[in-house]
Write a protein that binds this ligand. Sequence first.
Ligand code: XMP
Length: 510
Amino acid sequence: MIIVLNFGGQYCHLICRRIRELGVSAEILPFSASPDEVRRRRPQGIIFSGGPSSVYEQNAPMCDRNMLNLGVPVLGICYGLQLIAKMSKGVVKQKRREYGKNILAVKETGKLLKGLKKKEQVWASHGDSVISLPKEFRILGSTANCKFAAFENAALKLYGVQFHPEVSHTTHGMEILENFAISICGAGKDWNVKNLDRNLIAEIKKEVGSGSVLMATSGGVDSTVASVLFHKAIGDRLFCIFVDHGLIRKNELEDVKGIYGRFRLKHLFFVDASDKFLGRLKGVTDPEKKRDIIGKTFIEVFDAKAREIEDKFPAIKFLGQGTIYPDRIESAQPGGQASKIKSHHNVSLPEKMKLKVIEPLKELYKDEVRVLGKSLGIPNEILYRHPFPGPGLAIRILGEVTPDRIGMVREADYIFIEELKKSKMYGKIWQAFAALVPVRTVGVMGDSRTYDYIIVLRAVTSRDAMTADWARIPDEVLERISNRIISEVKGVNRVFYDISQKPPATIEYE
Ligand code: XMP
């Protein structure tokens, strides 16, 4: 197996995941892990991830120098490369920045770049560069502004790439990771997400013992897969609560009842708290404030219901959560080094509760969760449902959330999704939704002037929500959707289609 040391890079988990895609086991540890901790796991190789800091800053994340002396190969990526250089008496300095696509001129392939051509497209994101290294380090490749873009010190088993082999824009990135994990480290291909269900069920059984688990469920892919896992492991000792915050999609409640009916969940409780949520959101326009209010209110409502249930079933000791990896990285949890993009309320839920948290999916990406769900017997119509954020429609109504606006965005969203399904586009898209821009423009309907709101349609393709591209929906489908929204949704007279990528935009609007 390969250990990935997390120095706070946004793509740290992607490295781990790519290694797993090669069929090799991989695990992430914080940069502060001791060499003994790493040794105990008996890795065949170690990867130092990227990170937002500079190695020469005072509080830059560092690992123990002995990490380079464990006798296993080490690959540094971006910040990781600079760290290896610094720990090996090299010099790192701020240089000309390189962001996005670059061309790597391969000088010699060595073991690391084996199979690559003379010129390779790579994706870089750095402001610092290594400017000198001891001569035992062979330069394998350079970019226009970075001499040490790839190096190898075969005697000390140290390797580095200044660019990101884990992102898909680095055309032969997977080959580099494969060269490292398989050829250089000698790792075997024994990781398979399909076998994960048995292990996860066994782990849940062991941890929960004879106790019971409480779960917040939303009917989304993650919480459904997590609750079915728990149900398989502990049966009727699973208690699920669905909180209706008044910001759910059209027909959502019926859909959720249908999903859980299928799995014969005995203890499923619904709480309608929409008045409380909407009351507290009155007059609030700041995105983070909205997330904060929804998160706190959610905890309060969930906690009150949980206490009621606990009075009847005192064996409840655990809080089950369907948290997946991107929920954590984008909320800046692992390693505490990544910068905060958005607060995800589902991550803060457990802080106030006295229950012990179990998150069986916390290391997985959405597509891995889907493979797992399939092996648990969950039907595709549930597994391939588009993701829906915890704060619901509130973060798709820019500005103040009012009942009128919820009505507009909910109806427009329903039409959008219905038409995507009819045109067989739904399955090709990672996530699609309507958002309301509370800006009014002039239009003409019948013979009268209108002065109404704008609906934006957002549809993206993605593998894991970390990066996303806008979906190419055929014109005639967009036309049908636009016509239907303008004629069926009162208060809307214009429809826009969003063609921004993530990054620099995000998928949701707030
Ligand atoms: P962004 O907008 O950050 O979204 O590009 C990435 C993915 O995360 C979903 N998302 C959330 N999911 N709670 C969730 O459960 C949240 O607070 C939340 N915010 C964003 C988003 O829908 C997309 O799939």
